[in-house]
Write a protein that binds this ligand. Structure first.
Ligand code: NAG
Ligand code: NAG
Ligand code: NAG
Ligand code: NAG
Ligand code: NAG
Ligand code: NAG
Ligand code: NAG
Ligand code: NAG
Ligand code: NAG
Ligand code: NAG
Ligand code: NAG
Ligand code: NAG
Length: 796
């Protein structure tokens, strides 16, 4: 009973008394006369500022086992930042003692000392004290010199080890797994020295990087987590929890050891920490499951009787001693090198024409799947193996790239895809040639430009780590305090910016964005992973102080609508101009010829197909219209704003669709509140395609017809082309004269027929976007379309 009253009293004292008062349970220092300190004493040592506390803490695994730790005292999440005995827990018989000779010991039940290092001082004057910055001191000994998995602000960097012991941050530069294998190196290889109180990580050689909440007066810590990621957390007092303000690795699968040997780590991209382990074709999970590793189904006995299975976007490593990197002119050479080496278990190859070929010998470790690798892995299996690879997508990506990449080495097998590729390339090449020799030289010049662009921009600036996180201050400087407005859009205003590395960027400040920081980050990472020559590249983002900003490559020539529709025509309601492009001398944009129009259509179709089929289902664009198709050099089209629909509030999307209703580019199912699928994008694309041919806004047709209740642009176009057989009536009047039925009939015919299929009222009657691209290419036959009709017109 007395004990009960006492403990109530203690609880009362604990909560109400200032920490400095020398109450039995709260110590401001621990000295010889306080010794011994036993786990069941409920005693804590507080720092003078009341932020940190030290003492025995029950281990998560058992209430009867303890660690002697330091944790945060003044916030709700009492996260442990240091422990004396993480690896060897003690029970209630343990004690922290100061011996008569002045040694500080953590004695377990048997009297064995678990305190890290020999901490000794004069017993008459030395005390154990917890500093305001969380450093535990006794004589010359300090906990800051013996960190566990966490480094606090102003603590010098030294070896830290994740709680589970799997991962280490060594030499102040490298994250390593298994003691030797480094999977991350500090920016520029410069050692990390100290995280200062502003949230800046100061590096050796003068470098530094800053956390997203730089400058704010927050509690922060740098922790090496059990999943191998190095993270700076900041305590958000409003949310009452720790938030991530910097992380070394944004794709969890890059961390070594996430999956066992031979297995492939797959992150579904929905958040950066969830991973799954899967076995490659020809392999099965080992006894402990794929997470423990995979074993080959048919062991290779004779290296001559083997073949290779292609795994797109998969990268393995065998460690530096077991990887041979050679420069192979083409896939055949790379494959032969591996085939002829009996130790070679597979090889990685890039289709970018640079000859990257990495042979993996003896072991296959740390496999992961990520489109960012831009690599295909070829795994050696027995020639009797009949598994087929389900890691695909690369070949179709190659196909969907702008025609300028035609000198890429072709995919290996003389498969139908290769033939199809050749057909496409020949068609495009023929189209180029027809339009003139001058154009051809321009084409060659542009090709070099594109190649350089792909090399420098694509590979250098977007490493597998994901998009760069910019600070608001950086973007403010880059955009000259947001002074150069180049567009206003449904998602927000766009400013021109110049980064310190001389890249010109388009900086889009988003409006009405949902979700927290981490959610935003995760989604932006997915968007940034979408690589396609016909998609505007996302370089980075900023999420700070409630601001949500995206940093895109700058596409100089402005949007398609500027070229397609004559000036002076009334503009689309609630419209936006994404870019203001160069204009010719008479103040008008040049008029696009048929070949360019065809190429724009094809590029856009391929990019949407890529979004729908290679990426995740949610990347429905939902807002395809000429304003969102930007034109780069050589009029290579680039779709902007993809993936953003997910970031918008649902109500916004719905009201947006209601507002646009029957007009414009929204598929009928938006108005009918039917489920929205990828086919809604197909409809919008069909409308754009028709506009590319006619040079007219679908709802701004001139003439009296427009006023009729029944009038529907696609239906009207259908009648003209397929009933009256007067194709010329729908062609853009500005370039009608240059329409040469021999040269252009095929292109225009395909565009019109494809558009008609895309504009079918019923979603299931519309082809998939992949099919649409093939229809435009001319690699599939297009059967005569049915007349597009629409049944909701009367309710307008
Ligand atoms: C310490 O606290 C625990 C639970 O909070 C309680 O069961 C125990 O009796 C306390 N011990 C002492 C010595 O006050
Ligand atoms: C904890 O203490 C620090 C330093 O005095 C202060 O900045 C922070 O606001 C405090 N947090 C809470 C939740 O009281
Ligand atoms: C601690 O463990 C030892 C050895 O297992 C045991 O003898 C001792 O009784 C335990 N002490 C308590 C308080 O459980
Ligand atoms: C610890 O250090 C003190 C003084 O530095 C020394 O006298 C003592 O022998 C050392 N003890 C051990 C176990 O190393
Ligand atoms: C500590 O104090 C005691 C008595 O006051 C004295 O005998 C002893 O020598 C002192 N120890 C040291 C190391 O100064
Ligand atoms: C230990 O600390 C207490 C309170 O702070 C003090 O009264 C006492 O003199 C100290 N003892 C030694 C040996 O320093
Ligand atoms: C750390 O440094 C040592 C000595 O310089 C070196 O041998 C070792 O390879 C380094 N470790 C890593 C992971 O870079
Ligand atoms: C690579 O080989 C060298 C020399 O044989 C050896 O010292 C080193 O430990 C090996 N490294 C690994 C990661 O196996
Ligand atoms: C690959 O390159 C080699 C050497 O240049 C050449 O002999 C071979 O024909 C090429 N193979 C293919 C498929 O292009
Ligand atoms: C594959 O992974 C290894 C080790 O992580 C890395 O060094 C290499 O650059 C990666 N290759 C590609 C093409 O991403
Ligand atoms: C694949 O081969 C295995 C035996 O190696 C056989 O049992 C299986 O039926 C084959 N599957 C197919 C689809 O051919
Ligand atoms: C391939 O199939 C395996 C087994 O069915 C599955 O675990 C894995 O996730 C698939 N991989 C891809 C990339 O779809």
């Amino acid at each position: 009973m007395a004990a009960l009253i006492l403990s109530f009293l203690f609880a009362f004292l604990l909560s109400d008394l200032p920490p400095s008062s020398a109450q039995p349970l709260i110590l401001s220092s621990f000295n010889l006369s306080d010794s011994p300190w036993r786990p069941d004493q409920n005693q804590t040592l507080l720092s003078a500022n009341n932020v940190f506390a030290a003492g025995f803490r029950p281990a998560p695994s058992s209430q009867k086992l303890y660690t002697f730790s330091v944790w945060y005292q003044n916030i709700s999440e009492r996260t442990i930042v240091w422990s004396a005995n993480d690896k060897s827990l003690v029970n209630g018989s343990a004690a922290l003692v100061i011996t008569a000779s002045g040694q500080l010991r953590l004695n377990d039940f048997s009297g064995q000392n678990l305190w890290p290092w020999n901490a000794s001082g004069n017993p008459n004057s030395t005390e154990l004290i917890l500093d305001n910055n969380g450093n535990l001191n006794y004589a010359n000994w300090q906990s800051f010199k013996f960190p566990t998995d966490t480094i606090l602000p102003n603590q010098n960097m030294s070896l830290i080890v994740s709680k589970n012991g799997k991962y280490r941050f060594t030499n102040s530069t490298d994250l390593v797994y298994d003691s030797t294998d480094s999977y991350w190196t500090a920016p520029n290889g410069n050692v990390l020295q100290v995280l200062n109180s502003d949230g800046e990580m100061v590096q050796g050689n003068g470098g530094s990087f800053i956390s997203a909440d730089f400058g704010a007066n927050r509690l922060r810590r740098l922790t090496l987590e059990n999943d191998g990621n190095l993270i700076i957390y900041s305590f958000d007092p409003d949310l009452g929890k720790w938030v991530i303000v910097w992380e070394a690795i944004q794709q969890a699968c890059i961390v070594y050891g996430t999956c066992g040997p031979n297995a492939i780590c797959i992150s579904d991209g929905s958040d950066s920490t969830t991973t799954a382990c899967s076995c490659p074709p020809g392999f099965r999970p080992s006894a402990g499951g794929a997470k423990e590793g995979c074993e080959i189904k048919i062991p290779i006995k004779d290296a001559r009787k083997t073949k290779f299975l292609q795994l797109d976007y998969v990268n393995y490593t065998s460690g530096p001693n077991n990887t041979i990197q050679i420069n192979a002119q083409n896939l055949t050479i790379c494959r032969h090198s591996c085939y002829n080496n009996s130790k070679c278990l597979g090889f990685g190859f890039k289709y970018d024409g640079q000859g990257y070929c990495a042979l993996q010998l003896e072991r296959l470790l740390y496999g992961y799947w990520s489109p960012g690798t831009e690599t295909a892995m070829f795994l050696r299996v027995d020639s009797n193996e009949n598994d087929t690879s389900n890691f695909t997508g690369m070949t179709s990506l190659l196909e969907t790239i702008c025609p300028v990449n035609i000198s890429l080495p072709l995919p290996p097998e003389e498969s139908s895809t290769t033939t199809r590729n050749i057909v496409i390339i020949c068609t495009l090449f023929a189209a180029e040639l027809i339009s003139g020799v001058v154009f051809f030289w321009g084409f060659v010049k542009k090709y070099i430009k594109y190649r350089d662009m792909a090399q420098t921009l694509g590979l250098e600036f977007l490493p597998a780590g994901g998009p760069k996180r910019f600070t608001y201050a950086e973007l403010k400087t880059a955009t000259n305090d947001f002074s150069n407005l180049i567009g206003k859009g449904g998602f927000g205003d766009v400013y021109r910016g110049d980064l310190t590395d001389h890249r010109v960027v388009a900086v889009k400040c988003l409006k009405h964005v949902t979700g927290g920081d981490a959610e935003f980050w995760a989604e932006v990472t997915i968007i940034a992973r979408m690589h396609h020559l016909n998609l505007v590249r996302l370089w980075g983002f900023c999420a700070e102080k409630g601001k949500r900003i995206l940093v895109y490559e700058h596409v100089p020539n402005g949007s398609l609508d500027k070229y397609l529709f004559q000036p002076g025509q009334p503009r689309f309601t609630e419209d936006y101009e994404l870019e203001t492009g160069p204009v010719s001398a008479n103040g008008m944009n040049p008029i696009l010829d048929w070949n360019i129009r065809y190429r724009i259509a094809l590029g856009v179709a391929r990019a949407i197909a890529y979004l729908h089929e290679e990426c995740l289902e949610w990347v429905l664009h939902c807002d395809i219209k000429p304003e969102n198709i930007l034109l780069g050099d050589d009029f290579c089209p680039k779709i902007s704003d993809f993936g953003l629909a997910k970031l918008r509030k649902k109500e916004d999307m719905v009201s947006m669709s209601r507002m646009r209703g029957t007009r414009g580019y929204m598929a009928p199912e938006w108005v009918r509140s039917d489920p929205i699928t990828a086919k809604a994008d197909v409809y919008s694309f069909g409308m754009v395609l028709l506009e590319i041919v006619t040079g007219t806004r679908n709802f701004e047709m001139q003439g009296s017809l427009k006023n009729s209740e029944e009038w529907y642009f696609p239906g009207w176009a259908f009648d003209k082309v397929f009933k009256e057989i007067k194709v010329e009536d729908i062609l853009d009047s500005r370039i009608k004269h240059s329409y040469d039925s021999r040269a252009h009939f095929q292109l225009v015919d395909r565009m019109v027929k494809t558009a008609m299929w895309c504009l079918q009222d019923r979603p299931d009657a519309r082809p998939s976007m992949g099919k649409v691209a093939k229809m435009l290419e001319g690699t599939v036959e297009i059967i005569e379309p049915r007349k597009p009709t629409i049944f909701f017109l009367s309710d307008e």
